[in-house]
Design a protein around this ligand. Structure first.
Ligand code: SF4
Ligand code: SF4
Length: 208
């Protein structure tokens, strides 16, 4: 059996110890937490990049991405050309009540249309309200941090190298087609001024 009052003494000792330490409690929501820049808060959609390929919806293990689209015919770009059809996005929604934040949809999207946003304040009181539609996913796009700067020692990406080479080739072809600058023609000699001290200059005086 312990000494009577030892529990109280221990409790007071803990209280005194913690009283002298700085508090680590964040006063959320008055103070926003400092999250790591790549936090997985929510999935944002950059819908201009989405081609409705359905890869994300097919690969999602929870089947919580809902996409609707229709086909549109695009007229031929040149006379005699073929009409083309393209998919137009009608609905893109994610049910965050089912999503397990695995990030597979972001990884598999071949067109960089999905991104992690650090936004986390989208709690709802009704579970049905956790299905967020494309407008909301689009708004979250503006909270996605910019990509980290490239490592200056890194190898040039293949796409950028190819684009740079073709730009250089096009510039060289343009320079070869432009006519060489012509030499300026030599200037004509200016007509000589009549000499004021010539033989006719003093004839008026003699006539007077
Ligand atoms: S993060 Fe995972 S579970 Fe959530 S929508 Fe993407 S693929 Fe589905
Ligand atoms: S994988 Fe990307 S491009 Fe394809 S439907 Fe999903 S978001 Fe759109």
């Amino acid at each position: 059996m312990g000494i009577p009052g030892s529990g109280l003494a221990k409790g007071l000792a803990v209280t005194l110890r913690t009283m002298t330490k700085r508090s680590v409690t964040a006063q959320y929501p008055d103070a926003q937490p400092e999250l790591p820049p790549r936090s997985r808060g929510v999935i944002a959609l950059f819908e201009e990049n989405c081609t409705v390929c359905m890869l994300c919806a097919r690969e999602c293990p929870d089947w919580c991405i809902y996409i609707d689209s229709h086909k549109e015919t695009v007229p031929a770009a040149a006379p005699g050309g073929r009409e083309r059809s393209r998919n137009v996005l009608d609905r893109f929604a994610i049910d965050f009540a089912l999503c397990m934040y695995c990030g597979i949809c972001i990884e598999v999207c071949p067109f960089d249309a999905l991104f992690w946003s650090p936004e986390f304040e989208y709690a709802e009181t009704d579970i049905l309200d956790l299905t967020h539609e494309r407008d909301k996913l689009r708004d979250w796009m503006w909270t996605v941090p910019p990509p980290p700067p490239l490592d200056p020692a890194a190898e040039e990406p293949k796409e950028i190298a190819a684009a740079r080479k073709s730009a250089e080739k096009a510039a060289a072809a343009r320079a070869a087609q432009e006519p060489a600058p012509t030499e300026p023609a030599p200037a004509e000699p200016a007509p000589a001024e009549p000499d004021a001290s010539g033989p006719d200059a003093g004839s008026g005086e003699g006539d007077a």
